[in-house]
Design a binder for this molecule. Structure first.
Ligand code: PLP
Length: 400
């Protein structure tokens, strides 16, 4: 349609949202579908956070705020950055947006020109390449592998950098693999970046608190202080605080960049919801006690998913360090046929057949740029997860 912009034609709708919508549609039609496709915790938002929101409404904190956040929230973010990572930021170096997604988008919109390249390791969170395209840049996808536990190596990063590279997008623990970079693994990457002063780092720390076993989260500017001046550290309250619907994300970085991001936001959405901002102040400043019990549940579910999926012939499922996803390979199932006669030639065929013939919704690997795999989100009850994994086992066993 000529009426639509050329930019839009380069972008695809979010496949994770599409898979969840298809599962919802089948459920509404009466099918007993188990959804393992949505990227959100099944826990409720903690009570103290809800109470802070109710108090904000009662106190009339329901008006426009500064476009990129109230001073109280910016201060809470500075305090958090110092407490958790030893990083010093002032409120002028902080931007609050409507979800983590908006802050990442603002930063790309504020900085990309035609010809600018953005390095994105695959598999990646579905929105990175499309946001880069919307902002007029060029995504440079670098595929990782099962063998490197889906982590980018220093050699790969070095080889991907060109004079046109503007940003390197880094995400640990990762959506969709759950892979978390150790300090040493991250240091190997930051050493490369130190040799290329024109490359900026956009780190997406959204799953910071969802780190398991003895994995210790760290962020690039903490591992390599020399990168502080060209790092945008992005985070949000959506995942760890079970606040996906409240829509609060934030970023900390150089003042000039933060100012440019505010300009984008002030001419698009203006401030994020005032009530949600007050709730986020409580999330960051209040008790963090619920994180550990939530993580215990996540670890148990991760172990259920890994052990049940690894038991399937043709499936390889590594154990990730964090987030609430596993990303098994189905290389051993490609070329097979379902009982209803559907050929499994790609991971998309697998995902569609699994939904239609076994009532389990997952997301196919092609959506995240690395195939043949699928992503399971284990942020659901132990019972639903176990039943879904049984169905996946039976479905895979039925392939010929
Ligand atoms: C890696 C990653 N970054 C950012 C986001 C966006 O989070 P928000 O819901 O706060 O926009 C998500 C959500 O799925 C994510 O997985």
């Amino acid at each position: 349609m000529d009426f639509l912009s050329a930019t839009l034609s380069r972008v695809k709708p979010s496949p994770t949202i599409a898979m969840t919508a298809k599962a919802t549609e089948l459920k509404a039609a009466g099918r007993d579908v188990i959804g393992l496709s949505a990227g959100e915790p099944d826990f409720d938002t903690p009570q103290n956070i809800k109470d802070a929101a109710v108090a904000a409404i009662a106190a009339g904190k329901t008006k426009y705020t500064a476009p990129d956040g109230i001073p109280e929230l910016k201060q809470a973010i500075c305090t958090k950055m110092k407490r958790d990572h030893g990083l010093d930021y002032t409120p002028a170096q902080v931007s609050v947006g409507t979800g983590g997604k908006q802050t990442l988008y603002n930063a790309l919109m504020a900085t990309l020109n035609e010809g600018d390249e953005v390095i994105i390791p695959a598999p990646y969170w579905v929105s990175y390449p499309d946001m880069v395209l919307l902002a007029g840049g060029t995504p440079v996808i670098v595929e990782t592998s099962l063998e490197s536990s889906f982590k980018l190596t220093a050699e790969q990063l070095e080889a991907a950098i060109t004079p046109n590279t503007k940003w390197f997008i880094f995400n640990s623990p990762s959506n969709p693999t759950g892979a978390g970079y150790s300090r040493e693994q991250l240091k190997a990457l930051t050493d490369v970046l130190m040799r290329h002063p024109h490359v900026w780092v956009m780190t997406d720390d959204m799953y910071e608190h969802l780190a398991y076993d003895d994995f210790e989260f760290c962020t690039p500017a903490q591992v390599e202080p020399g990168l502080y001046e060209r790092t945008l550290t992005c985070n949000g309250v959506s995942k760890a605080y079970a606040m996906t619907g409240w829509r609060i994300g934030y970023a900390a970085g150089p003042v000039e960049l933060i100012r440019a991001m505010r300009k984008v936001q002030s001419q698009s959405t203006s401030n994020p919801c005032s009530v949600s901002q007050w709730a986020a102040v409580e999330a960051l400043n209040g008790t963090q006690d619920f994180l550990a019990p939530n993580n215990e549940k996540f670890v148990r579910r991760r172990d259920i998913a890994v052990s049940m999926l690894s038991a399937i012939d043709g499936v390889t499922c590594p154990t990730p360090e964090g987030a609430f996803y596993v990303y098994p390979s189905i290389a051993g199932l490609i070329g097979k046929t379902t009982p209803k006669g559907t050929a499994i030639s790609t991971d998309e065929d697998f995902a569609i057949a699994l939904l239609e013939e076994a009532d389990v919704a997952i997301v196919f690997g092609a959506a995240f740029g690395l195939s043949p795999n699928f992503r399971v989100s284990y942020a659901t009850s132990d019972e639903a997860l176990t039943e879904a994994c049984k169905r996946i086992q039976n479905f895979c066993a039925s392939l010929t």
